[in-house]
Design a protein around this ligand. Structure first.
Ligand SMILES: Cc1cc2nc3c(=O)[nH]c(=O)nc-3n(C[C@H](O)[C@H](O)[C@H](O)COP(=O)(O)O)c2cc1C
Length: 198
């Protein structure tokens, strides 16, 4: 696999998404593959690392993820805002989004899922956790993270490093109707007056 990302320890994998970035959910089954945008994602378990993503039951992504038992999560940077909106506004049932939007994908190391690095700053491969009693009722999908990697220019030593010199890589946070805020203003918390600093 030809990648310039560095591996992320699975114990840190949930940090790749726990500041609430909009993500790209990738999926593949047989000869079909797809990608959509998802603003609703979060970590839900520490060990093994598990995440939840809302994938509408009507989407083609959900169909492929259910059929294959897996999905990928790619974290787009600010420079990929247009692409993120485009894959969130079209369905893979109508078009091959990879071909239409010129998206390069590589095969993930564990599950072989299509993963996107150009314009993205991190990815995770997830095994879909099947929840028979909720699967038909809810759009929420749970996944166990089995591999993860991130661009070391912005995620290093298990933490995001959002700086002025890597603004193009800052993550996107969807506000609705194609408007995004970028993560960026980092502030270091200090002990409150009277609190004993550790
Ligand atoms: C910025 C953005 C965020 C979105 N977030 C979600 C989400 O969290 N969950 C969801 O099911 N759909 C979300 N959508 C809508 C899907 O991306 C959209 O339905 C997409 O067309 C599904 O593609 P598919 O049929 O190829 O799977 C979002 C769309 C955009 C543009």
């Amino acid at each position: 696999m030809n990648s310039h990302f560095s591996p992320v320890a699975l114990e840190h994998a949930s940090r790749l998404i726990n500041h609430g970035p909009t993500v790209l959910v990738t999926s593949a089954h047989g000869a079909s593959r797809n990608v959509m945008a998802a603003a609703w994602s979060m970590p839900v378990e520490f060990t093994p690392p598990r995440i939840a993503i809302v994938i509408d039951k009507r989407t083609y992504t959900r169909e492929l993820a259910s059929a294959s038992g897996s999905f990928g999560v790619c974290v787009p940077g600010a420079a990929a805002a247009d692409l993120t909106y485009a894959v969130g506004s079209t369905s893979g049932r109508d078009i091959d989004k990879f071909a239409r939007f010129g998206i390069a994908a590589m095969a993930g190391p564990v599950l072989g899922l299509p993963l996107i690095e150009a314009g993205c700053v991190a990815w995770l491969e997830c095994r879909l956790i099947r929840e028979p009693h909720t699967e038909d009722a809810y759009d929420t999908c749970f996944g166990e993270v089995v591999s993860a990697a991130a661009d070391p220019r912005i995620f290093e030593q298990g933490r995001w490093s959002l700086r002025g010199d890597n603004a193009d890589l800052h993550t996107l946070h969807h506000l609705g109707a194609g408007n995004f805020a970028c993560a960026g203003n980092v502030i270091q918390a200090r002990p409150l007056a009277g609190e004993i600093a550790e």
